[in-house]
Design a protein around this ligand. Structure first.
Ligand code: ZN
Length: 59
């Protein structure tokens, strides 16, 4: 048995590529996927998303 696995965190699918996650980069599978997500964060993906308002005030 492997003794040093955290029982609370099962492997999940990487949000980026759907491979099994690694504990070190949870919930991502690798450093690369983890950094890609951070890059998306800092490159304005969330800013662009926030410009799409769910309720348009046109009326
Ligand atoms: Zn991945």
């Amino acid at each position: 048995m492997v003794a040093d696995v955290e029982p609370l965190r099962k492997a999940v699918s990487c949000p980026n590529c759907s491979l099994a996650s690694a504990r070190t980069y949870y919930p991502f599978c690798s450093k690369r996927c983890s950094e890609m997500d951070l890059h998306r964060w800092f490159s304005g993906g969330y800013v662009l998303a926030s410009q799409e308002q769910p309720f348009a005030e046109e009326e």
